[in-house]
Write a new protein. Structure first.
Length: 317
C-alpha cells in the first residue's frame, strides 16, 4: 500500500509498505500506521482519500465485496475516520487511478476520461465532467466485466460473465491461453516452458513474444483485437477526451497497443473517434495516490467540480 500527501495534484512524503492481509485488524492497523507516518512528516490533513480493490457503497464508505483483501463488510470510512480524526472518503482503487490520470494527461486536467488497468484482472474507471462515474449506489464502473464476445471464455475473476475484457485481455487470460498452446505444442518455445513448469505465466508469454515466437505473438494479436473492441465501445458510450491504458501488462504495450488502437479506430463511430486519443497511463504507482487525494478534495468541497489546488489531502491506495 502507498500513502502520500497530495496537493496541487502532486505527491510528497510518499511511503510504501507491504499490504498486511492476515486479518482485517492487521490490515486496518497497517493502513492507519502508514497514514500516521505521512501525517508525522506533512502535518494533519484536511481530508483523507482511500482507494481499495473492492466494491464500495460510496455514500457510506462500506466495503460490499472484497476478494483480495479482508475488508468485506467493513465500514471503512467510519472506521478510519474514528481512528484518524479527519474526514475520510473511500472508493475503488481503479476509480482513484482514473481520477489521478485525469490530472496528469493534460493541462487543464481532462474532464472526460476512461482508464483501463490490465493486470491480473482488468479494472477501470470513467471520469465524467471531472468526477468519478459510480452508478446509482457507487458499485458501477466495472469496465473489465463488460462483454465483447458473448460466446467467449468464462471470466477468471469473481464474475458470472463470459467473454468480458477480463476473460480476454487480463494476465490470467494470457496465462490460460499461453498454457493451452504450450500444452498442445510441446516442440515450441511455449511448449518447452509448459513442460518445465506445468503452465506458462503471462510474464513468460511476454518474453516469448518479444523473442519473436509466432505462437506468443498470435496470443497478443488476439488480446489486442479484443482490447480494441472494448476501447471502441467505451469511446462510443462515453466520448472521452482520452482513453488511457495502465496496469502491469501495459509494460508490454509494444506487443499489442498499436493493434488495439487500429481495431478501435475501425469500430468506433468516426466523429467520436476523431475527438478521442488513446495513450499509456502516465502516473504509474502515483496515479492511485493522486486520485485518492483528488477524491478527498472533491468531496470536501461538497461536490463542487474542481481540482485540489487549495486542499492538502492524503491519498492512500
Amino acid at each position: 500500500m502507498a500513502v502520500g500527501a497530495v496537493a496541487d495534484s502532486r505527491v510528497r512524503e510518499r511511503v510504501e509498505h507491504p499490504t498486511e492481509t492476515s486479518s482485517t485488524d492487521a490490515l486496518l492497523g497497517g493502513i492507519e500506521a502508514a497514514i500516521r507516518e505521512v501525517c508525522d512528516r506533512a502535518g494533519q490533513p484536511e481530508a483523507i482519500g482511500v482507494g481499495v480493490p473492492s466494491q464500495i457503497d460510496f455514500a457510506s464508505g462500506r466495503i460490499m465485496s472484497s476478494v483480495n483483501i479482508p475488508l468485506e463488510g467493513v465500514a471503512l470510512r467510519e472506521e478510519l475516520g474514528r481512528r484518524l480524526g479527519a474526514p475520510v472518503f473511500v472508493d475503488n482503487d481503479a476509480n482513484c487511478a482514473a481520477l489521478g490520470e485525469a490530472q496528469l494527461v493534460d493541462e487543464p486536467p481532462a474532464m472526460h476520461l476512461v482508464m483501463l488497468t490490465l493486470g491480473t484482472g482488468v479494472g477501470g474507471g470513467a471520469i465524467i465532467d471531472g468526477r468519478i462515474f459510480r452508478g446509482t449506489h457507487g458499485l458501477g464502473g466495472e469496465l473489465g466485466h463488460f462483454s465483447v464476445d458473448a460466446s467467449g471464455p468464462n471470466c477468471p475473476g469473481n464474475c458470472p460473465n463470459r467473454g468480458c475484457l477480463e476473460a480476454l485481455c487480463s494476465g490470467q487470460a494470457l496465462e490460460r491461453d499461453a498454457s493451452e498452446v504450450g500444452k498442445d505444442r510441446p516442440d515450441t518455445p511455449l511448449g518447452r516452458v509448459y513442460a518445465e513448469h506445468g503452465r506458462v505465466s503471462g510474464r513468460q508469454a511476454v518474453v516469448a513474444a518479444k523473442d519473436g515466437d509466432p505462437d506468443a505473438r498470435a496470443l497478443f494479436e488476439r488480446l489486442a483485437t479484443w482490447l480494441g473492441v472494448g476501447i471502441a465501445g467505451y469511446v462510443n458510450v462515453f466520448e472521452p477526451e482520452r482513453v488511457v491504458i495502465g496496469g502491469g501488462l501495459s509494460r508490454a504495450a509494444d506487443l499489442f497497443l498499436d493493434r488495439a488502437v487500429e481495431e478501435a479506430r475501425r469500430r468506433a463511430l468516426p466523429k467520436l473517434w476523431e475527438r478521442s486519443a488513446v495513450s499509456l497511463a502516465r502516473g504509474g504507482a502515483d496515479a492511485g495516490v493522486i486520485g485518492a487525494g483528488v477524491l478527498a478534495a472533491h468531496e470536501l468541497a461538497g461536490g463542487v467540480r474542481d481540482t485540489p489546488h487549495t486542499h492538502a489531502t492524503r491519498g492512500a491506495r
